[in-house]
Ligand binder design. Structure first.
Ligand SMILES: Nc1ncnc2c1ncn2[C@@H]1O[C@H](COP(=O)(O)OP(=O)(O)OP(=O)(O)O)[C@@H](O)[C@H]1O
Ligand SMILES: [Mg+2]
Length: 208
């Protein structure tokens, strides 16, 4: 089982959006996924409540029980564990990063958002884990993505792929308890998520 933690100290960066969409995309590829929701707000667990499909397994768990839940996932034969975390909780983010093979840091493209990922990068360094930034909610047009990528590079962050555009499909899919790969399989949002999943899979293979 390989474990991906999704952390960002800033609220609303897109942690839960990325977590549920990667989980749904991996399931669609035939993988068995355990989605662990460490956020007391339990948004990923709420997504599962509105979901008709039985998989992925979503468990709301306190960070202090993370290793036990991961062990259960491993024993039950899960291919992937994806950990969604709460904002403003460095201890839980550190626990998640320590437990992970790879960390994703979603980030909106504003300069203040980008500066705020420094604390998440520090957490990953402390945990000794490879971290990738996923630019999220980008405008569909314009130079913002390139500017943001340059700023992320400057503070020592490494991007994974081109990022995710602000798209209504993400909101609709979330409401329906679906991933965008299910809600609109041929859509642009689905292609963005599939590209990130491919890059994550490649990075995990290299990290082995
Ligand atoms: N690419 C996107 N396109 C459209 N809406 C988005 C996108 N990414 C996130 N959102 C919306 O932005 C809001 C915040 O996203 P999300 O809940 O995933 O962030 P979060 O980092 O998990 O927040 P929190 O820190 O509160 O847990 C949600 O309403 C979500 O639907
Ligand atoms: Mg969240």
């Amino acid at each position: 089982m390989q474990t991906v933690a999704i952390i960002s100290q800033k609220g609303g960066a897109g942690k839960t959006t990325l977590a549920v969409n990667l989980a749904a995309a991996a399931e669609k590829k035939g993988k068995s996924v355990l989605l662990l929701d460490l956020d007391p707000q339990a948004s990923a667990a709420g997504w599962k409540d509105s979901r008709i499909a039985e998989t992925p397994v979503v468990v709301a768990a306190p960070a202090s029980r993370l290793s036990q839940f991961l062990e259960t996932g491993r024993e039950s034969g899960a291919d992937f564990a994806i950990i969604d975390t709460a904002p403003h909780s460095e201890n839980a983010a550190l626990e998640a990063a320590r437990a992970a093979d790879l960390v994703l840091i979603p980030c909106r493209a504003g300069i203040l958002d980008i500066r705020a990922i420094q604390s998440s990068l520090n957490i990953c360094r402390l945990a000794g884990k490879q971290a990738f930034v996923v630019l999220n909610a980008l405008p569909a047009q314009g130079s913002m993505a390139e500017e943001a990528a340059a700023a992320i590079h400057q503070i020592g962050g490494q991007m994974i792929g081109a990022g995710i555009v602000q798209r209504i499909a993400f909101n609709h899919a979330m409401t329906a308890g679906q991933g965008v790969v299910e809600y609109e399989p041929a859509g642009k949002a689905a292609a963005e998520i599939e590209a990130i999943l491919n890059n994550v899979t490649k990075a995990l293979r290299k990290a082995r």
